[in-house]
Design a protein around this ligand. Sequence first.
Ligand SMILES: Cc1cc2nc3c(=O)[nH]c(=O)nc-3n(C[C@H](O)[C@H](O)[C@H](O)COP(=O)(O)OP(=O)(O)OC[C@H]3O[C@@H](n4cnc5c(N)ncnc54)[C@H](O)[C@@H]3O)c2cc1C
Length: 454
Amino acid sequence: MNPDLVAKTDLLIVGGGLSGLAIAHWALKKEPTLDYLVVEGQGRSGGAVQSFKKDGYQGEWGPHGFLDNKPATLELLEDLDLWPEVQKAPLKEFGRYLCLKGRLCLVPQSPPTLIKSDLLSWWAKLRVLGDLFIKADSSEQSVSQWAQRRFGPQVLPFIDAALIGTYAGDLNRLSIDAVMPGLRAGEARYGSAIKAVVAQMRASKGQPRNLPQMISFKEGMERLVEQLAQGKKIRLNFQVEQLIYKEGGWLVKSGDQIIEAKRLVLALPIHQAHPLLAPLLAPPGPAPATAQIYNLLLGFGPEAKIPYGFGYLAPAKENRFALGSLFSSHMFVGRVQEGGHLLEVLIGGRRSPEKLELSDAELIEKTLADLKGLIELPNPQFVKVLRPQSAIPQPELGHKALIDWRDRLLKAYPNLEICGFGWDGIGINEVVQLAKKTALGLKISENQIKGVYL
Ligand SMILES: Cc1cc2nc3c(=O)[nH]c(=O)nc-3n(C[C@H](O)[C@H](O)[C@H](O)COP(=O)(O)OP(=O)(O)OC[C@H]3O[C@@H](n4cnc5c(N)ncnc54)[C@H](O)[C@@H]3O)c2cc1C
């Protein structure tokens, strides 16, 4: 049976998550009369960004917030008139904790303040300075290989925690070039990571250097994608199975339906784009690995003694059941009834996918046992296990080959654009920035040294 041609459009955006919606936003801002269509495989748009509300508790299936230090995302808030709904949690007011030797320790918010603290021994601090004398090595390395060589082994738990907090990843597999491209470029240029950071600080002298703030919205992160989707042309339940390049245009197939487009933007997570792109040009290897995390919401009364701050993370070395927890009711007001507390506990990740196989009852029991060893907690008044389908693509060793492959695809197919979760970063700020650049036809790569906030 021949597939039905169900639509024709100038610009087809595949993927109705934050990336696809943001592409549509900026493409329309540039060209208001644009003929476009967004297609989304699921029955709702928004992808990983989804909020949860029940019995006075409010949590998140996916992202909990983003830092207010990237202009593209701030521009989006302005365009969408979302500023009145913004909630802010400043990093400088909220401490973060690390589970070290079985107890929660307040950690300094950035690498320079970590060096000044007593969390590292004198020997470890001296070893960190060894970076100044170690030759730059541009070969592909995992984060742990790189950090161990430049700074010594004692910094690994801190780096591990930072990577668990962002990627739910494994520092033995993540590629340093993909995770910290700006720092690697600086290291190559100045011969040392510390010198590269100092050079960047000098270059930005005179500019305000406040710690950023975490942003969410009163009704949760979903407001961002809800507002973006407003008034957009979106076709739901259109799961793209095949891309056919024909006579300079695209035929995009889902079941027995086909859409014809002059230009195509693939705004999908890298691991979901991979099987669609592979028939167009042979990929360098399999689709990248992902890390899935479940979120266990635990609501408590006022008697819970939760330390003030954002939350805690547990490096793998600590061998805890949970990856860490957000102290959500401290970060943002209105996540729980007055006087109560809400923890959002993260479980699974790249290193422990087997934990996701446990039943709700087992997850709850093991999580509570773990947390009660760290925090003085009564029995919870509210419990909910969120098992999101979305997973975090991992920029592991071999990621560069995937980026080179994307660049070759873009050259081979001039009316194809590729953006989305995991290509040039995994955070909201990064995918929004990439979406803006893609929509405006700007150059994609940017090599600034990113801040690391533990
Ligand atoms: C558990 C979790 C926690 C996170 N926490 C944070 C955080 O705290 N801060 C932060 O900054 N970022 C966080 N992120 C990352 C953030 O959610 C992503 O950067 C962002 O949502 C990516 O948007 P996207 O549109 O690129 O991808 P997605 O959100 O994955 O959207 C892709 C869309 O494409 C659709 N799709 C897939 N394949 C097809 C197909 N073949 N045809 C049609 N449609 C298709 C999917 O259904 C989906 O709707 C988190 C992510 C996860 C999963």
